[in-house]
Ligand binder design. Structure first.
Ligand code: NDP
Length: 313
């Protein structure tokens, strides 16, 4: 493989972690190159109001906030590019990352901030009707089903939050919960239970999403009785958690059974020298914009110190 470019610091991913790493690495003179990945701006671009990011007393829309992050990184001098990391080779002291299945870049340090993506149930109908009533983001797509009946599957904080969001736009929300209790925090559970137009189906699973060209119903199976029920809905939202975007690092970096990259506690260091991880790809606990940004900062500082210690920078 022939590398066509050599950089000091390569950042993969453009959520709060990646852009913060880019801001710090630029200011430290590492001339970072950042590849944005499939979804520039990351998961915050598919949310609406962000009220808990410090510094925005009136809240801010997620996509707008990510534009701010990007602008700040660019102003500091980061080289921000479209492109997806498709392969890595961490055998040598200089690391190699392939972009868009063609170009290879050599980097003294790599900061991985590839984030996480929504999980799907795995039903054929769910895949076929994706974008035609099936969605993994209520806040992005709920608007299209204003005044209609919709279904949502999941019972964590995300599902609870999205069910509440939908209850304000849609006439009725059918919430499918696979156990007899929810995983969501108590306060969120109470809010869901006390919302008149949310109907909860306990001990239930999605048998099939029904529709030819677009969703018109969902078949729900009660796991205790085995009975199925067809509920007419215009949309089906999936909110069953996320998985880290770490596939290309399999075999190179240590990860847990769910695929989250392992870092040395208190640092952003992976098991490969000069390769650092930040944001949701290595965090299944906090997963907040502000914690991701903080860990992006850590990764840039770790990268700078690594290069200084090697005498490269
Ligand atoms: P979680 O992993 O917490 O919850 C996933 C939910 O989906 C669980 O209820 C799980 O059921 C259910 N589920 C998983 N697979 C299936 C399946 N195949 N069929 C049906 N149901 C399924 O993910 P979240 O995205 O909700 O939350 C992730 C993290 O982010 C959590 O730590 C959460 O607290 C946090 N968060 C915090 C928010 C806030 O504070 N405002 C908002 C959103 C998220 P089961 O319980 O049976 O395993």
């Amino acid at each position: 493989m022939e590398a066509s470019e050599k950089v000091q610091c390569l950042i993969i991913g453009s959520g709060p972690a990646g852009y913060t790493a880019a801001i710090y690495a630029s200011r430290a003179g590492l001339n970072p190159v950042l590849y944005q990945g499939i979804q520039p701006g990351g998961q915050l671009t598919i949310t609406t109001e962000v009220e808990n990011y410090p510094g925005y007393p009136d809240g801010i829309q997620g996509p707008e906030m990510m534009v701010h992050f990007e602008k700040q990184a660019a102003r500091m001098g980061a080289d921000i590019r479209y492109g997806l990391a498709t392969k890595v080779d961490f055998t040598g002291p200089v690391h190699k990352v392939q972009i868009d299945e063609e170009k290879w870049i050599e980097a003294d340090t790599v900061i991985i901030s590839t984030g996480a993506s929504a999980k799907w149930l795995g039903l054929e109908s769910e895949q076929r009707l994706n974008g035609f009533g099936v969605s993994a983001c209520a806040v992005c797509d709920g608007f299209f089903f204003k005044g209609k009946e919709v279904a949502i599957v999941g019972a964590g904080d995300t599902a609870a939050e999205e069910a509440l969001y939908l209850s304000k736009i849609c006439s009725r929300v059918h919430m499918i919960v696979r156990r007899d209790e929810m995983r969501a925090s108590k306060v969120m559970q109470e809010r869901v239970k006390n919302t008149a137009n949310i109907k909860i189906y306990w001990n239930s699973e999605t048998d099939e999403v029904l529709g030819d060209k677009k969703v018109h119903a969902v078949r729900i199976r009660n796991k205790k009785t085995g009975e199925t029920e067809e509920v007419p809905v215009s949309a089906f939202f999936v909110a069953i958690g996320h998985q880290p975007n770490s596939d290309i690092f399999k075999g190179w970096l240590d990860m847990d059974e769910a695929g989250y990259l392992k870092t040395i506690p208190g640092t952003s260091k992976t098991n490969v020298e000069g390769v650092f991880a930040s944001g949701d790809v290595q965090d299944k606990v906090y997963r907040q914009a502000v914690t991701a940004a903080g860990s992006g900062c850590m990764a840039a500082l770790d990268a700078e110190r690594y290069l200084s210690a090697k005498g490269v920078h």
